[in-house]
Design a protein around this ligand. Structure first.
Ligand SMILES: Nc1ncnc2c1ncn2[C@@H]1O[C@H](COP(=O)(O)OP(=O)(O)O)[C@@H](O)[C@H]1O
Ligand SMILES: [Mg+2]
Length: 199
């Protein structure tokens, strides 16, 4: 079982969007996938249910439940190949706890949405986790690309300064992505992301 943690302390970066698209991509490839939604707004769970994706999706309140023990149990049970964890904004505990159980961490960063403003906070959490778990793979995913090239270069520059690898695969700003919540995922970009993070 491989655990993908989608984290960024900044809200609106594209965590939920990435969670659902990556989970759907993995399911389309025949993997047994579960979504674990740590966000009290339950947007990932709602999306899976509304779109009828047929992927088990569960909300977990980490203030009440032990995420590490929960994930450990999932590994022991062996029912899933892939678990994708969506995390809430502005919640450093949830971010760090996710980084402590993930095999792969993906940090979506939106172009032109001041997402880099809080990148430092996420970066510190990532570095803390990496000190304890050097095997953790971390990637920054540039989101909302292709509409403002100058800003995109600035955002990419800021991301590179963190030392966290920036994925070649990017997700453009698109109307159908904007309106994707609650629908069956479409578009090929997350297929490219999936291949790169598992290469
Ligand atoms: N590549 C994109 N193009 C257009 N809209 C996007 C894109 N990625 C995310 N969005 C939209 O931006 C908003 C915030 O995304 P979301 O995934 O909910 O962020 P987070 O979970 O990090 O708070 C949502 O309305 C989503 O549909
Ligand atoms: Mg979200």
């Amino acid at each position: 079982m491989r655990v993908y943690g989608i984290t960024n302390v900044k809200g609106g970066a594209g965590k939920t969007h990435a969670t659902i698209h990556l989970a759907y991509e993995a399911a389309s490839l025949g993997k047994r996938v579960a979504v674990l939604d740590l966000d009290p707004t339950r947007q990932s769970v709602n999306w899976v249910e509304l779109a009828g994706l047929g992927i088990p999706a569960l909300h977990l309140d980490i203030k009440q439940s032990d995420l590490e023990a929960y994930v450990e149990q999932l590994r022991t049970d062996g029912d899933f190949d892939v678990v994708v964890i969506d995390t809430p904004a502005n919640d450093r505990d949830a971010t760090l706890e996710t980084l402590m159980v993930a095999d792969v961490a993906i940090i979506p960063v939106g172009v032109g949405t001041s997402d880099t403003g809080m990148l430092g906070t996420t970066e510190r959490q990532v570095k803390r986790a990496l000190q304890l778990r050097p095997q953790l793979k971390t990637f920054i995913l540039l989101n909302r690309t292709k509409f403002a090239p100058a800003r995109e270069r600035e955002t990419e520059e800021e991301c590179r300064k963190t030392g966290i690898p920036v994925l070649q695969a990017r997700v453009p700003l698109r109307g159908d992505y904007q309106a994707a919540a609650g629908k069956v995922p479409r578009g090929h970009h997350y297929g490219e992301v999936w291949r790169e993070i598992n290469a």
